[in-house]
Design a protein around this ligand. Structure first.
Ligand SMILES: C[S@@+](CC[C@H](N)C(=O)[O-])C[C@H]1O[C@@H](n2cnc3c(N)ncnc32)[C@H](O)[C@@H]1O
Length: 326
């Protein structure tokens, strides 16, 4: 992979720009993959893993699984490569094909695809159907479609996505119904991706050579992890002064997840970053501050959906309630 020479920082604005220009070429670092996937080890045993948005020759997802094939006890590993306009190929590891007594990347079989490796192509969907767990960092610009396909085919997955996706109409409903949740995440909620086609983003501190820093990225999964069964420790007491009510919802504003009051029974508005601490045994997600996420019974009829306090708009919110108090 050609190494860019400067370090860049991507703000949400620039990420949006990147999306628009179809620049989805962010490559996940091996260290980030290792940090997340170590929590799913028991899920991988005897499973077929599919990395369907990966150039296997460059992807660290492929590297991780091919090098740990035996350690994880995989049944089969497949990765497909995407080409915009020509037929592509897949790489696969199934058995000790070279007879050296071990199953690893030396046993890789390369097979041409008839189509271009698009995750939506019939050929890739066929492989998807044969797989147990999909693990990759799909293009941010196709995230909705990508997740919809996983649910359509009822697959397990561990994928990278932006936290903004939490409030996408299609994704929010899945979040609310506890059919998708966040994984362990990247350090400090930001990831450094290897980026080969970067644009002229503003530079700032916290840079790494050949990397692009994207804030607000996370792992999305539907595999059980210990983290989502850990209670968030609450320490603050509710007071009217500290937790004002919204103009348009029967809910209080909690601007920081760590400040969720331990004794408030009703609905609370929290930032989307709450999802990182969400334990479905502790909290219920009631809705979000969009028309499609209306927290039934808590939105004041006839008023708008963007949260506001004394006429001043607040950034988007999720509405939750503490299940242990009622
Ligand atoms: C964000 S990058 C991540 C690459 C790799 N998964 C990783 O994390 O290092 C997304 C990848 O998806 C590929 N891609 C874009 N559109 C695709 C499609 N329709 N089907 C399959 N892959 C696609 C891009 O070429 C790019 O390599």
């Amino acid at each position: 992979m050609p190494a860019p020479t400067t370090e860049k920082k991507v703000s949400n604005k620039n990420l949006h720009k990147a999306k628009k220009s179809k620049n989805d070429e962010f490559y996940t670092q091996l260290s980030d993959i290792e940090k997340e996937l170590k929590h799913y080890k028991e899920h991988f045993r005897d499973k077929v893993i599919f990395c369907n948005c990966d150039d296997p020759e460059e992807s660290h997802f492929w590297k991780y699984f091919s090098e740990n094939f035996e350690f994880l006890g995989l049944k089969r590993l497949i990765a497909t490569h995407y080409e915009t306009e020509k037929p592509s190929y897949k790489l696969e590891i199934v058995a000790d094909t070279n007879g050296d007594g071990r199953i690893n990347k030396l046993d890789t079989i390369r097979t041409p695809l008839m189509q271009n490796g698009d995750f939506r192509s019939p050929e890739c969907i066929e492989i998807l159907e044969e797989s147990d767990i999909v693990v990759t960092n799909p293009p941010f610009s196709l995230f909705r479609e990508y997740v919809a396909q996983l649910f359509e085919h009822d697959r397990k997955f561990i994928i990278v996505g932006h936290q903004n996706a939490i409030t996408y109409k299609e994704i929010f409903n899945l979040i609310k119904e506890n059919r998708i949740w966040l994984g362990y995440g990247f350090s400090g909620g930001a990831a450094h991706f290897i980026n080969k086609y970067y644009e002229d983003y503003a530079t700032a501190g916290d840079h790494r050579e050949g990397m692009i820093r994207v804030s607000g990225v996370n792992w999305f999964t539907n595999l059980e992890i210990q983290k989502r069964h850990e209670d968030l420790i609450l320490y603050k007491k509710y007071s009217q002064e500290e937790y004002p009510k919204y103009d348009n919802y029967d809910a209080i504003e909690v601007s920081k997840t760590k400040d969720i009051p331990l004794d408030y029974v009703g609905a609370m508005g929290v930032p989307v970053t709450f999802m990182d601490k969400y334990n479905p045994d502790q909290f219920e997600i009631l809705g979000c501050s969009y028309v499609y996420g209306e927290p039934i019974g808590y939105h004041i009829e006839g008023k708008g959906f963007n949260v506001s306090i004394s006429g001043k708009e607040v950034y988007k919110r999720l509405f939750i309630r503490n299940k242990k108090l009622s």
